[in-house]
Every structure is written in C-alpha cells, then in structure tokens.
Design a protein around this ligand. Structure first.
Ligand code: FES
Length: 63
C-alpha cells in the first residue's frame, strides 16, 4: 500500500495533508476538515476515509 495515499481524489488531497491539518488546527469534525483542507467537498466519497483519519487521531469523533 502506498504510504501517503490520496484520500480525496476530487481535490487530490493526500492522507498526510489531512492528518497535518487535523493535528495543527485540532480539528474535530468532518466539516472542519472540509473547511480546512477542502477534502470531501465535491462528491463526498472520501468522507468515510476522513472520518477514519479523524478517529485515528482524535480517538472519538463528533459528526
Ligand atoms: S473524493 Fe473527496 S470529494 Fe470526491
């Protein structure tokens, strides 16, 4: 598996960009990640993956 896969193919946002954004700004929700990175703002297919990243970093996630 690729180390830093593109999570959001619509906007070409990589996993590392999402993780860095979450850590840097202490993001808690999908909406915050969308505002910060633009990931998940087009077709929405990557929202589940963003959720998993949020969960991995923050433990539990508010929707
Ligand atoms: S893959 Fe992220 S919005 Fe389409």
């Amino acid at each position: 598996m690729e180390k830093d896969p593109i999570i959001c193919t619509c906007n070409e946002i990589k996993q590392s960009e999402i993780e860095l954004g979450i850590k840097a700004k202490n993001l808690k929700t999908i909406e915050e990640v969308q505002d910060e990175t633009s990931a998940g703002t087009v077709c929405g297919a990557c929202v589940d993956d963003i959720f998993l990243i949020l969960e991995k970093i923050n433990g539990n996630v508010e929707l």
